[in-house]
Design a binder for this molecule. Structure first.
Ligand code: ZN
Length: 228
Protein backbone atom coordinates (compact mmCIF):
# COMPACT_ATOMS: atom_id res chain seq x y z
CA UNK A 1 0.00 0.00 0.00
CA UNK A 2 1.39 3.38 -0.97
CA UNK A 3 0.70 6.57 0.92
CA UNK A 4 0.68 9.80 -1.09
CA UNK A 5 2.04 12.55 1.07
CA UNK A 6 0.37 15.92 0.67
CA UNK A 7 3.07 18.54 0.37
CA UNK A 8 2.47 21.34 2.84
CA UNK A 9 3.20 24.84 1.65
CA UNK A 10 4.46 27.31 4.16
CA UNK A 11 1.57 29.72 4.02
CA UNK A 12 -1.04 29.07 6.60
CA UNK A 13 -4.66 29.97 6.21
CA UNK A 14 -5.81 32.43 8.83
CA UNK A 15 -9.49 33.03 9.37
CA UNK A 16 -8.80 35.66 12.02
CA UNK A 17 -6.15 37.63 10.17
CA UNK A 18 -7.42 41.00 11.29
CA UNK A 19 -7.04 39.96 14.93
CA UNK A 20 -3.32 39.40 14.36
CA UNK A 21 -2.99 36.83 17.10
CA UNK A 22 -1.50 33.38 16.91
CA UNK A 23 -4.76 31.78 18.04
CA UNK A 24 -5.68 30.58 14.55
CA UNK A 25 -5.69 26.87 13.85
CA UNK A 26 -2.60 26.11 11.76
CA UNK A 27 -4.25 25.27 8.46
CA UNK A 28 -2.56 25.33 5.06
CA UNK A 29 -3.94 27.64 2.38
CA UNK A 30 -4.91 24.64 0.30
CA UNK A 31 -6.76 22.99 3.19
CA UNK A 32 -10.06 22.89 1.30
CA UNK A 33 -8.82 22.08 -2.19
CA UNK A 34 -10.03 18.54 -1.65
CA UNK A 35 -13.76 18.01 -1.14
CA UNK A 36 -15.03 16.26 1.99
CA UNK A 37 -15.73 13.15 -0.07
CA UNK A 38 -12.20 13.13 -1.50
CA UNK A 39 -10.78 13.50 2.02
CA UNK A 40 -12.89 10.58 3.25
CA UNK A 41 -11.54 8.33 0.48
CA UNK A 42 -7.93 9.27 1.30
CA UNK A 43 -8.27 9.03 5.08
CA UNK A 44 -9.96 5.65 4.69
CA UNK A 45 -6.87 4.41 2.79
CA UNK A 46 -4.50 5.90 5.35
CA UNK A 47 -6.40 4.39 8.26
CA UNK A 48 -6.43 0.99 6.54
CA UNK A 49 -2.66 1.32 6.37
CA UNK A 50 -2.44 2.01 10.11
CA UNK A 51 -4.54 -1.06 10.99
CA UNK A 52 -2.65 -3.14 8.47
CA UNK A 53 0.69 -2.03 9.95
CA UNK A 54 -0.56 -2.98 13.41
CA UNK A 55 -1.17 -6.45 12.02
CA UNK A 56 -4.96 -6.32 12.17
CA UNK A 57 -6.88 -8.53 9.74
CA UNK A 58 -8.90 -6.12 7.60
CA UNK A 59 -10.98 -9.00 6.28
CA UNK A 60 -12.43 -9.56 9.73
CA UNK A 61 -16.11 -8.58 9.81
CA UNK A 62 -15.74 -6.49 12.92
CA UNK A 63 -13.07 -4.14 11.59
CA UNK A 64 -13.49 -4.23 7.81
CA UNK A 65 -15.75 -1.17 7.99
CA UNK A 66 -13.61 0.71 10.50
CA UNK A 67 -11.41 2.71 8.08
CA UNK A 68 -14.44 4.22 6.29
CA UNK A 69 -16.24 4.77 9.61
CA UNK A 70 -13.25 6.62 11.06
CA UNK A 71 -12.72 8.66 7.89
CA UNK A 72 -16.34 9.85 7.85
CA UNK A 73 -16.23 10.60 11.57
CA UNK A 74 -13.06 12.68 11.19
CA UNK A 75 -14.25 14.74 8.23
CA UNK A 76 -17.95 15.14 9.05
CA UNK A 77 -17.98 15.12 12.85
CA UNK A 78 -14.84 15.35 14.99
CA UNK A 79 -13.04 17.77 12.68
CA UNK A 80 -16.04 19.29 10.90
CA UNK A 81 -15.24 22.62 12.55
CA UNK A 82 -12.13 23.05 10.41
CA UNK A 83 -14.33 24.14 7.52
CA UNK A 84 -15.15 27.88 7.51
CA UNK A 85 -18.51 27.10 5.86
CA UNK A 86 -19.60 25.43 9.09
CA UNK A 87 -19.04 28.53 11.18
CA UNK A 88 -22.30 29.56 12.92
CA UNK A 89 -23.88 32.63 11.31
CA UNK A 90 -23.19 35.84 13.20
CA UNK A 91 -26.71 37.08 13.87
CA UNK A 92 -27.17 39.47 16.77
CA UNK A 93 -30.14 41.36 18.15
CA UNK A 94 -30.43 44.84 19.58
CA UNK A 95 -30.25 44.92 23.36
CA UNK A 96 -33.58 46.76 23.47
CA UNK A 97 -34.27 45.91 27.12
CA UNK A 98 -30.97 47.62 28.06
CA UNK A 99 -29.72 44.72 30.19
CA UNK A 100 -26.34 46.01 31.31
CA UNK A 101 -24.95 43.24 33.49
CA UNK A 102 -23.00 40.19 32.44
CA UNK A 103 -24.69 37.24 30.82
CA UNK A 104 -23.19 33.88 31.74
CA UNK A 105 -23.78 30.72 29.74
CA UNK A 106 -22.31 28.01 31.92
CA UNK A 107 -21.73 24.26 31.77
CA UNK A 108 -21.66 24.09 27.98
CA UNK A 109 -20.77 20.49 27.20
CA UNK A 110 -17.51 20.32 25.33
CA UNK A 111 -16.12 17.50 23.21
CA UNK A 112 -12.88 18.18 21.41
CA UNK A 113 -9.78 16.30 20.29
CA UNK A 114 -6.23 16.79 21.53
CA UNK A 115 -4.09 17.55 18.48
CA UNK A 116 -1.00 16.03 20.07
CA UNK A 117 -2.46 12.56 20.66
CA UNK A 118 -5.79 12.57 18.78
CA UNK A 119 -7.60 11.55 21.94
CA UNK A 120 -10.75 13.18 23.34
CA UNK A 121 -10.92 16.30 25.45
CA UNK A 122 -14.16 16.25 27.44
CA UNK A 123 -15.37 18.99 29.69
CA UNK A 124 -17.37 22.13 30.25
CA UNK A 125 -17.03 25.61 28.83
CA UNK A 126 -18.34 28.67 30.67
CA UNK A 127 -18.78 31.84 28.65
CA UNK A 128 -19.75 35.37 29.69
CA UNK A 129 -20.21 38.70 27.99
CA UNK A 130 -21.41 42.18 28.76
CA UNK A 131 -23.52 43.65 25.98
CA UNK A 132 -22.30 46.67 24.10
CA UNK A 133 -25.69 47.20 22.46
CA UNK A 134 -26.17 43.84 20.80
CA UNK A 135 -26.98 40.39 22.14
CA UNK A 136 -26.82 36.89 20.68
CA UNK A 137 -29.23 34.00 20.97
CA UNK A 138 -28.04 31.74 23.78
CA UNK A 139 -27.75 28.67 21.59
CA UNK A 140 -25.37 30.66 19.37
CA UNK A 141 -22.80 30.59 22.17
CA UNK A 142 -23.09 26.80 22.41
CA UNK A 143 -22.73 26.52 18.64
CA UNK A 144 -19.60 28.68 18.59
CA UNK A 145 -18.05 26.54 21.34
CA UNK A 146 -18.93 23.41 19.38
CA UNK A 147 -17.59 24.78 16.08
CA UNK A 148 -14.12 25.51 17.47
CA UNK A 149 -14.12 22.31 19.54
CA UNK A 150 -14.58 20.23 16.39
CA UNK A 151 -10.96 20.61 15.36
CA UNK A 152 -7.69 19.08 16.39
CA UNK A 153 -7.13 21.38 19.37
CA UNK A 154 -5.10 22.50 22.31
CA UNK A 155 -7.28 23.81 25.11
CA UNK A 156 -5.53 27.18 25.30
CA UNK A 157 -6.19 27.93 21.63
CA UNK A 158 -9.79 26.74 21.88
CA UNK A 159 -10.40 29.15 24.77
CA UNK A 160 -8.94 32.07 22.81
CA UNK A 161 -10.82 31.22 19.62
CA UNK A 162 -14.17 31.18 21.44
CA UNK A 163 -13.48 34.56 23.08
CA UNK A 164 -12.20 36.20 19.88
CA UNK A 165 -15.14 34.98 17.80
CA UNK A 166 -17.66 36.29 20.33
CA UNK A 167 -15.79 39.59 20.58
CA UNK A 168 -16.13 39.92 16.83
CA UNK A 169 -19.80 38.89 16.73
CA UNK A 170 -20.81 41.09 19.69
CA UNK A 171 -18.50 43.98 18.80
CA UNK A 172 -17.11 44.23 22.33
CA UNK A 173 -13.96 43.18 24.14
CA UNK A 174 -16.03 42.28 27.21
CA UNK A 175 -16.08 38.51 26.73
CA UNK A 176 -14.67 35.79 28.97
CA UNK A 177 -14.36 32.04 28.76
CA UNK A 178 -13.24 29.37 31.21
CA UNK A 179 -12.83 25.76 30.13
CA UNK A 180 -12.48 22.90 32.58
CA UNK A 181 -11.76 19.67 30.75
CA UNK A 182 -10.30 16.22 31.03
CA UNK A 183 -7.75 15.15 28.46
CA UNK A 184 -7.84 11.42 27.81
CA UNK A 185 -4.19 11.58 26.78
CA UNK A 186 -3.47 12.43 30.43
CA UNK A 187 -6.25 10.42 32.07
CA UNK A 188 -5.97 7.13 30.20
CA UNK A 189 -2.33 6.88 29.16
CA UNK A 190 1.06 8.39 29.98
CA UNK A 191 0.82 9.41 33.63
CA UNK A 192 -2.71 7.86 33.83
CA UNK A 193 -4.06 10.45 36.21
CA UNK A 194 -7.80 9.83 36.06
CA UNK A 195 -8.81 12.68 38.33
CA UNK A 196 -6.87 15.63 36.93
CA UNK A 197 -8.53 18.22 34.75
CA UNK A 198 -7.17 21.26 32.96
CA UNK A 199 -8.54 24.75 33.44
CA UNK A 200 -7.89 27.53 30.93
CA UNK A 201 -9.30 31.02 30.92
CA UNK A 202 -9.36 34.16 28.86
CA UNK A 203 -10.72 37.41 30.24
CA UNK A 204 -11.29 40.18 27.70
CA UNK A 205 -12.01 43.86 28.26
CA UNK A 206 -13.68 44.65 31.58
CA UNK A 207 -13.42 41.00 32.65
CA UNK A 208 -9.77 41.77 33.35
CA UNK A 209 -11.01 43.88 36.26
CA UNK A 210 -11.05 42.08 39.58
CA UNK A 211 -14.74 42.59 40.41
CA UNK A 212 -16.05 41.38 37.02
CA UNK A 213 -13.67 38.44 36.99
CA UNK A 214 -14.72 37.36 40.48
CA UNK A 215 -18.40 37.82 39.71
CA UNK A 216 -18.05 35.54 36.68
CA UNK A 217 -16.03 32.95 38.62
CA UNK A 218 -18.59 33.07 41.41
CA UNK A 219 -21.41 32.27 38.96
CA UNK A 220 -19.55 29.26 37.64
CA UNK A 221 -18.32 28.25 41.12
CA UNK A 222 -14.70 27.70 40.19
CA UNK A 223 -12.47 28.79 43.01
CA UNK A 224 -9.22 28.52 41.09
CA UNK A 225 -7.00 31.58 41.45
CA UNK A 226 -6.54 32.99 37.95
CA UNK A 227 -4.54 36.02 39.00
CA UNK A 228 -1.13 34.47 38.60
ZN1 ZN B 1 -2.78 15.04 24.26
Amino acid sequence: MKIEKLIPDNDTFSEEDHFSTNASTPLRKDAFKLSDDEKIVLIQEHFKYILDTLGMDLNDDSISGTPLRVAKMYVKELFGGLHPDKKPKASTFKNSYKYGEMLVEKNITLYSTCEHHFLPIVGKAHVAYISNGSVVGLSKINRIVDYYAKRPQVQERLTLQIVQELQKVLNTKDVACVIDAKHLCVNSRGVSDISSSTVTSEFGGSFKKEDKKLEFLDYIKLDTDFNE
